[in-house]
Design a protein around this ligand. Structure first.
Ligand SMILES: [Mn+2]
Length: 430
């Protein structure tokens, strides 16, 4: 791991929050992700499943976490199962968690090797009545792959058909959406690394630079600051590429006079950040570009103020839509007739702003959170309005990450990242 070790107290607290919501005599199991094959003996880099990481801090493949709070014996209440390591394995495969290290990382006292899993589970299932399975119920998930977790669930349910099944996901959605102070610090660190990358670009971007050269600058800055790299596939979109919302080719030349939309951010210790800035390739916005830019920025600032405890995500989007409508009227992009005749299911503003304004952010970039429940303090949201005008050859999005406070405006984790058009221009021309 490139990141500094996280205090195990965070994971102890996270497990307490999870087990507090489990039914009596129940057991929950969480699996690592697989290492995905490419072909021959090539593999993709390992990315840990966020749930087992959240509950244990274990950032290693083939790990299993088992929670059984009502166990008749203390040593069975929480157990980690890890790939066996020893000095010989360490020489071939590099450092893996020893039992002692696993305790330091997770705070879990009982650590077994993986080969003890089946017989330990068998003993536990004899005492338990309910099995919590961890299915992926994220509202944006679309998974074709059978994960290690999926395979385990199939096998577990087949082996123990007399047990009642319960869902881990709603518990995790709720507890993961409200961040501990330590987590907000980690997200802040990811944002700070993102800031370094963005500032580096302000002196790098010039007419004729390639989008992938911009990507290379960022990855260099991220990795040298202990990040594994991008928190999500970066969007580096000059000119009309910005109007392709998920443009990830990043292979075009940035032309003089064009805008460059950058939806790029670093991860740190598996925590995401999520930034968007739109900068002028030549170092100055045109008058029209600046007018649209400032309209997007006003929508962002007004939307941010609405992220307070009690706000409902759906209603919030309706309100943001009203603010955007008035800005688009001001820019002459839509007229009063468009608004009067609009389809309530697809209001007129959606022609220029067709995506959502905010999503939960945390261990996953589009993090867990039950969107039908009111917002609460210490939830982290993005705020990311945009205006996309293919006919004028540019698209603008501005995005920050903020923490909802008990009262007042949210705390902006990206408060130090240049956002005002004038500041961006002066830094690009320094
Ligand atoms: Mn986002």
């Amino acid at each position: 791991m490139k990141y500094h070790q996280i205090n195990s107290g965070l994971f102890v607290k996270n497990r307490e929050k999870f087990t507090a919501q489990m039914k009596p005599k129940s057991v929950a199991v969480f699996n690592s992700n697989d290492i995905y094959p490419v072909s021959a003996d090539s593999t993709l880099p390992f990315a840990q499943h966020r749930d087992i990481f959240y509950l244990s801090g274990v950032d290693q493949e083939e790990s299993i976490l088992l929670l059984f709070p009502d166990a008749p014996y203390e040593h069975l209440k929480e157990i980690l199962f890890l790939r066996e390591t020893n000095e010989h394995i360490a020489i071939w495969e590099g450092e893996k968690l020893t039992k002692e290290r696993a305790f330091q990382v997770s705070g879990i006292k009982t650590v077994f090797w993986l080969q003890d899993f089946d017989k330990t589970l068998k003993e536990i299932m004899m005492y338990a009545e309910v099995m919590y399975i961890n299915t992926n119920e994220h509202y944006r998930s679309a998974v074709e792959t059978e994960t290690r977790e999926d395979r385990f669930i199939k096998k577990w349910k087949a082996q123990y058909p007399a047990h009642t099944v319960a869902k881990s996901n709603p518990i995790l959605q709720r507890i993961r959406s409200i961040k501990e102070t330590e987590e907000i610090d980690l997200i802040q660190q990811a944002c700070n690394i993102t800031e370094k990358g963005f500032r580096r670009l302000l002196s790098f971007v010039k007419p004729n630079v390639m989008e992938y050269e911009v990507e290379a600058e960022l990855i260099h800055e991220f990795v040298r600051n202990r990040s594994k790299g991008f928190a999500y596939t970066p969007i580096i979109a000059s000119g009309n590429n910005a109007n392709v919302l998920h443009y990830i080719e990043n292979n075009q030349q940035c032309k003089a006079g064009d805008l460059l939309l950058l939806d790029v951010a670093a991860e740190y210790a598996n925590y995401s950040s999520d930034l968007t800035r739109t900068i002028p390739v030549s170092g100055r916005y045109s008058e029209r570009q600046k007018a649209v830019y400032n309209a997007v920025l006003r929508v962002k600032n007004e939307a941010t103020k609405m992220l307070t405890p009690g706000t409902l995500w759906k209603q919030y989007h309706v309100e943001v839509g009203k603010i955007m409508t008035s800005e688009l009227l001001g820019l002459g992009l839509i007229d009063k007739a468009d608004v009067q005749n609009e389809n309530p299911d697809w209001p007129a503003y959606k022609k220029y702003f067709m995506h959502g304004t905010s999503h939960h952010m945390g261990l996953d970039t589009h993090d867990y959170g039950l969107l039908h429940e009111p917002m609460e303090a210490n939830m982290v949201f993005t705020v990311e309005p945009g205006i996309y005008i293919p006919a004028e050859g540019f698209g603008i999005r501005i995005e920050d990450d903020v923490v909802i406070q008990k009262s007042g405006e949210p705390f902006n984790l990206m408060r130090n990242i240049p956002i005002e058009a004038d500041e961006i221009e002066s830094l690009m021309n320094a």
